[in-house]
Design a protein around this ligand. Sequence first.
Ligand code: ZN
Length: 124
Amino acid sequence: MVDPSWQASGVDAFQRAEAAQIAKELAEIARSGRVLPGSIVERRSRCGRANCACHDDPPKLHGPYWHWTRKVAAKTVGRYLREDQAGDYHIWIDNDRRLRELVARLEALGVAALEADERTAHRS
Ligand SMILES: [Zn+2]
């Protein structure tokens, strides 16, 4: 599994310990199976009926509605959720954010290892 050149590179014991810690948390999130991209926001809206209370001053807006949005091929797509769903899926969104943070930390370790590698050319 482990690339042997890893040992030869600048990855020290501290970095290995941090990678192991990250791997443990990544595995826990993956095992939960509860990962959802995007975000969930609360929305209130106005309708098209001119005499509706949503056009009053101050307005009594419709809602709240819970809207899950995410990017698909650079476009934002959304889906309305029930309130109890919005409550349930918030943790899934949080897990997704945490996964991305953990991967970013792993990548930072990789960058640090490459920079510490004596074979890496100095910046000119
Ligand atoms: Zn209305």
